[in-house]
Ligand binder design. Sequence first.
Ligand code: ATP
Ligand code: MG
Length: 304
Amino acid sequence: MKAKAVIRQARKFAAPFRVTKGATFRLKDVDPGDTAGLKSEDKPRAKEALAMGVEVLAELQEMLYAQDKWAVLLIFQAMDAAGKDGAIKHVMSGVNPQGCQVYSFKAPTSDDLDHDYLWRCIKCLPERGCIGIFNRSYYEETLVVRVHPEFLQKQKLPPELISKSIWEDRFRDIRGFERYLASNGVAICKFFLHVSKKEQKARFLERLENAEKHWKFSAADMNERGFWDQYHEAYEDMIRHTAAKHAPWYVVPADNKWFTRVAVAAAVIDTLASLDLAYPKVGPDKLKELAVAKRTLLAKNKSR
Ligand code: ATP
Ligand code: MG
């Protein structure tokens, strides 16, 4: 299939998962087991589609890099074991590592806590021509910090700033920050991988039963599972307050990894394809320079 056709299909595929206006968004309207009508016998076809998507993504990234105009920021948020790492690994498998960097944001260090919460993320923003991936992000400031108020206490904020409106304030600031990035040529695309509690249990059990997956299991993840409903309320509120046309959320069903990866790839293709990517055209001086170089090389060839 030609790149143009893959892009057209990807854009169509990604559209239903995109949230650009949050006011009416409800998490319970999204089924984590949804596969957009595809059945498990369609899995091989989905894998083929992913492989084609990955190829097209590599071409788009090359243009992004050559053009050196836009930067792309991909943000991944999810409950534990929803498949963030796998989605990032598979979807980005074809891109040139030179133009793509992944950052994982864990609990803040004491140095981080000595600054405003965006500080550590701002340092990792992608430069023009590059794709930056945030595996968790400043959104944790409205998620884990909201679910566990003790984290807020550790942030050394002036107490009078910890008011009832702190979450609204954070949403407002994040909206402002993303608006600012968009005005500076950073295309933002945010993912919430929506896994069900039942599927998370199955994936935790798999980590416990399979020796090769033991390293992935953490008792802390079990603890967070106990706060499932609070997290879901926080996620819903986050999406409602921060979805925008220039910084959409893609709420991707995540109970079937093969499906999640195709949907994420489609959304990333959509994001890149919506930029006016093109290889830079060289001017007449450069064309002359190229012609001289070609003549010189061919002349040298002759003499050998
Ligand atoms: P996996 O899916 O493999 O478990 P992970 O992204 O959960 O990957 P971990 O090392 O298990 O990685 O966890 C990182 C932890 O850091 C998460 O529990 C997250 O909530 C926490 N974290 C991230 N940002 C903050 C923050 N600003 N304040 C407090 N905790 C944070
Ligand atoms: Mg974890």
